[in-house]
Design a protein around this ligand. Structure first.
Ligand SMILES: NC(=O)c1ccc[n+]([C@@H]2O[C@H](COP(=O)([O-])OP(=O)(O)OC[C@H]3O[C@@H](n4cnc5c(N)ncnc54)[C@H](O)[C@@H]3O)[C@@H](O)[C@H]2O)c1
Ligand SMILES: CC1=C(/C=C/C(C)=C/C=C/C(C)=C/C=C/C=C(C)/C=C/C=C(C)/C=C/C=C(\C)C=O)C(C)(C)CCC1
Length: 536
């Protein structure tokens, strides 16, 4: 492509503390509180990304063998779209919101929610979508009015260096900076007191981050991984399920946190599903994935060896793919039919292009295996009838889910994204990115003229009727009885078919009709007797 990539250089450890301190001072100067300042910064970032697009594409190619389509759609255009969405909405989101659910008595104090910046934020990125997973949270943090230190993953060094260049060229260095490095630099960073840490990566490092944050009670957002199940029932469309799951597992050579880790397929349609996977592979990569410009590579030899070891350990049968080349960090998309839920391909997150497929007797067994394998994965992917996919959703838990697709929910840029349980906590993207990086500060304003009205709150209380005076206004009456049933007022009682079941409701309604008819008859009789004028 003929572009010169900047070198990756770790930040000198001795500079880290003073840099962080500088950003902390800037936050307290209130520079980043100004909404127009934030918008300007984000817009400058947008154009720097545009101007360095070729460098980003080249860096993603070098780091991960990422092709043009994936690098544009999931990195460059992804973060640019994010910036446009944020800057379009930021002024609106930053306005004070009137608080919901305020009773009449408290309305005078005009309760509202202010969106306050948090302070100085550390964003730690992962290697697999190096730009998206670093700049994405950083855009949220800038929108929230914070100063930000970004620490990209050293495992995608070219992308990390390009991000640093882009930040230097576009962002105010007193407010936003990039610190490069690996474990030693992270150790120093984690000694600092942050107002929030946003971490994307593995569960093991997530624990290290959480432990380091604990002494300062620093809030942490964790975007981790999971062993995500796909479930395909006999009622699913096999070609469609196979193609969609192949898409999810061949993107970025399977190094996608939300792609399915394994697929459970009704035994009756297992062969057909596997055949469709094979056919899909041929369609996606007519000359084979190795020759395809679109197919990525493992990030490094460590990742290559980890995936190879998982495949070496399987007791399943490889039915498609299986070739690999360490020199090229290439692993072919590999379909393995397995029979053991304890197989090496089920136990760990592969984070590579492995597609273990296991036959199951029925949906209940599939759900059982999925829940046994990982109770709180990042994603669940369900293919089948509406009733079946509803059942899958109702019987599992996950950060997100795509029905009739692999990981689609994770490709909707403005949809809140995050894990649950040990696949992560906290969410971001779209409006959630803003909310993630602000404190929702509740504020009231007590008018001076109300002093005499509010004086009942001051002691002395004993021997006064202050409690009685206030309780009439402040205490709510229960609308439920001692058995936990909803109590209705007599009008609702008369008119609804609700409490007490359909029969009693119908009885009440008949009673009402009876009373109406009796009244009418009575009026008719009085009209006939000349007591009332006739009804027109
Ligand atoms: N939920 C998500 O959005 C998401 C996205 C991408 C990746 N992931 C998960 O991340 C994992 C793979 O990503 P990865 O290899 O980049 O993760 P990782 O945990 O190895 O690294 C992530 C970051 O942590 C830092 N780090 C590594 N070791 C550290 C240590 N000992 N102390 C402090 N910091 C350390 C790295 O420098 C890097 O910036 C997978 O489990 C994947 O599922 C999750
Ligand atoms: C165009 C028309 C329509 C709509 C078409 C649609 C909705 C097309 C969608 C195409 C897609 C989804 C393309 C693929 C995009 C891939 C993306 C964005 C990948 C993203 C990867 C991500 C976010 C990875 C994240 C990884 C993480 C978090 C961890 O590792 C219609 C249908 C409306 C009709 C008119 C025409």
């Amino acid at each position: 492509m003929g572009v010169q990539l900047p070198p990756f250089e770790s930040t000198p450890i001795e500079n880290i503390s003073s840099t962080v301190d500088g950003l902390r001072q800037t936050f307290w100067s209130s520079k980043t509180r100004d909404v127009q300042f934030r918008i300007k910064q984000l817009r400058k970032l947008y154009w720097a990304i545009e101007d360095n697009k070729d460098l980003i594409l080249e860096a993603c190619k070098k780091d991960l063998g990422k092709g043009f389509f994936e690098a544009m759609i999931a990195e460059v255009a992804w973060v640019q779209n994010d910036i446009i969405f944020m800057t379009d909405n930021l002024e609106k989101w930053c306005k004070d919101e009137s608080a919901p659910d305020i009773g009449l008595a408290n309305k005078f104090m005009r309760p509202k929610i202010r969106k306050d910046p948090l302070g100085i934020v550390l964003v730690v990125g992962a290697f697999n979508f190096p730009i998206q997973l670093s700049f994405g949270p950083m855009i949220g943090a800038i929108s929230g009015g914070n100063t930000v230190v970004l620490k990209p993953s050293e495992n995608s060094p070219n992308s990390a260096a390009v991000m640093q260049k882009i930040m230097k060229e576009s962002l105010d260095p007193d407010c936003y900076t990039c610190i490069q490095g690996s474990i030693p630099e992270m150790k120093v960073l984690l000694e600092e007191k942050w107002d929030k840490i946003f971490f994307t990566g593995s569960a093991n490092v997530g624990k290290i981050i959480t432990k380091a944050a604990a002494p300062n009670l620093t809030p942490v957002v964790l975007e981790l991984g999971g062993r995500n199940p796909a479930i395909v029932t006999r009622k699913a469309d096999m070609r469609l399920a196979a193609r969609r799951l192949l898409w999810a597992k061949t993107m970025n050579a399977g190094q996608v946190c939300i792609s399915q880790n394994y697929t459970l397929v009704d035994k009756e349609v297992l062969d057909s599903f596997v055949n469709e996977l094979k056919a899909g592979l041929k369609e996606f990569f007519p000359n084979g994935p190795k020759a395809s410009e679109d197919y990525g590579r493992m990030v490094n030899l460590g990742a290559f060896n980890r995936v190879k070891k998982m495949l070496d350990g399987t007791t399943g049968k490889i039915v498609a793919g299986g070739t690999m080349d360490a020199d090229d960090l290439f692993i072919e998309p590999t379909v393995v039919v397995i029979t053991d839920p304890e197989d090496s391909l089920m136990r760990d997150e592969s984070f590579g292009p492995l597609l273990p497929v296991m036959g199951v007797d029925n949906l209940d067994q599939a759900i059982h295996i999925a829940n046994q394998t990982h109770r709180t994965p990042l994603g669940v992917y369900a293919f089948g009838s509406k009733a079946e996919t509803d059942k899958i959703l109702a019987s599992t838990t996950s950060g997100g889910a795509s029905i009739n697709d692999g990981m689609f929910h994770g490709t909707v840029g403005t949809l809140a994204f995050g894990g649950v349980g040990d696949s992560g906590s906290g969410s971001y993207r779209g409006k959630a990115s803003f909310d993630c990086f602000v404190h929702h500060r509740s504020i009231t304003h007590t008018p001076s003229w109300m002093e005499s009205l509010l004086a009942a709150r001051y002691p002395p209380f004993a021997g006064t009727n202050k409690y009685e005076k206030l309780s009439g206004m402040l205490l709510k009456k229960p609308n439920f009885d001692r058995a936990g049933n909803t109590k209705l007022g007599w009008i609702s009682w008369l008119f609804t078919l609700g409490t007490g079941g359909l029969f009693r409701g119908a009885l009440r309604a008949s009673l009402l009709v009876g009373v109406a008819v009796a009244l009418r008859l009575l009026m008719d009789r009085r009209t006939m007797n000349g007591i009332l004028p006739p009804v027109e």
